[in-house]
Design a binder for this molecule. Structure first.
Ligand code: SF4
Length: 372
């Protein structure tokens, strides 16, 4: 079906509003964020769930809310503390934006999460998906969500034969979801669509014989379920070699905070950067430390190498033990640095690849040679 013709039949309307909701009420998984109507708690869960597995969020969500039980508590917290509770969840801009938006809610909305599309969209980090999720689940406003799961379900039921990732397709699918939504239970409707995509209408081998939409699904009728959604060929995932310095001064290590904006913004890390063409890893390490901190270092030895995958690229991270041969570290480009003992590293929020280096440092802490 083309985007212009996306229009549900009466039977499809009924099936989405009755059979899908019945299925959801019977099969929904128990989640801590499904046991509250508190808009702040629902908002936190929706931010955490973006691009993150439910099982991972189950661990982080109660810890985060224990530390920041109200929007006021989050607004008053230091950003480093918020990032520490987010450490390991990835996509750290989410935490920075959530923190900033909590301050806006307290300062401009008397601590009440806005309940209209216009006002909630003004908050930092709240896009159309999160706005619709919070408004429908917390306030029962009829705004349909469109995420990867919903896109897949709708693309299959309506056999959408165009690239589902384009803005035009996403807008058309959102309009379609808004047409289908149950006005009396919009929160449950949205959660039912996402739950169906997660549990039944899975990317491969969907479980059509357990699906409440089976009788109105065009892809199922044609046996072409896995042909949808249509997506463009993805480019190969880039790979980078990263050289970092574990710069020791007796039993203290040099760490540096990343710039606020951009990937892993505001987290601490061991200084270093990408290897350039025709450059050895050791040279890359020395060059990066000179550029970032203004110091010359001597490399003592190779410490550890690990691989890590981010959402859009992969890295191999090579860590070298170093000591300063000349110069004194200077904070450049608003990136403060600190000297910390290995035992204090847990007090700071690090990206996951750096955290694995820390685990290796802690493991070897008892080796007499570590601080030589
Ligand atoms: S019938 Fe199959 S393909 Fe269609 S929505 Fe249900 S699980 Fe997905």
């Amino acid at each position: 079906m083309s985007l212009e013709n996306l229009s549900p039949t009466d039977r499809q309307h009924r099936t989405f509003r009755e059979d899908l909701l019945d299925w959801y009420h019977e099969h929904k998984r128990s989640m801590p964020w499904r046991e509250t109507n508190d808009p702040y708690r629902i908002w936190v869960s929706e931010i955490m769930l973006q691009q993150t597995r439910v099982d991972t969020v189950r661990d982080y969500y109660p810890r985060f809310l224990e530390a920041f039980p109200t929007v006021e508590a989050l607004a008053e917290a230091e950003r480093d503390e918020v990032l520490k509770y987010w450490e390991g969840l990835g996509f750290y801009a989410r935490a920075r934006h959530l923190h900033e938006a909590a301050q806006t809610v307290v300062e401009e909305h008397d601590g009440t999460v806005p309940d209209t599309m216009e006002t909630i969209r003004d908050l930092k980090g709240i896009g159309p998906y999160t706005a619709a999720a919070v408004l429908s689940i917390a306030y029962e406003r009829p705004h349909a969500v469109l995420d990867g799961n919903v896109t897949r379900v709708l693309s299959r039921v309506f056999a959408v034969d165009e690239d589902a990732t384009t803005t035009a397709a996403q807008n058309a699918l959102r309009d379609l979801a808004n047409d289908l939504i149950d006005d009396e239970q919009p929160g449950d409707f949205n959660q039912a669509m996402m739950e169906l995509g997660a549990l039944v209408c899975t990317p491969s081998t969907p479980l059509c014989d357990r699906c409440p939409l089976q009788d109105v699904c065009r892809a199922h009728e044609a046996g072409t379920e896995e042909d949808y959604p249509i997506t463009p060929e993805s480019d190969p995932v880039p790979h980078h070699d990263i050289a970092v310095g574990l710069v020791f001064d007796d039993d203290h290590l040099l760490i540096q905070r990343r710039p606020d904006e951009g990937l892993l913004g505001g987290l601490w890390e061991f200084p270093g950067g990408k290897q350039e063409d025709a450059e050895s890893l050791e040279t890359a390490c020395r060059r990066e430390l000179k550029e970032e901190l203004g110091i010359d270092v001597s490399i003592d030895d190779h410490f550890y190498t690990l691989s890590h995958a981010y959402s859009h690229f992969k890295i191999t991270l090579h860590a070298f033990r170093c000591h300063i041969s000349s110069g004194t570290p200077e904070a450049r480009e608003e990136q403060p640095f600190k000297w910390v003992h290995v035992s204090e590293l847990d007090d700071y929020a690090f990206p996951r690849a750096n955290r694995r280096l820390i685990e290796e440092l802690e493991r070897r802490q008892t080796e007499p040679s570590l601080f030589d």
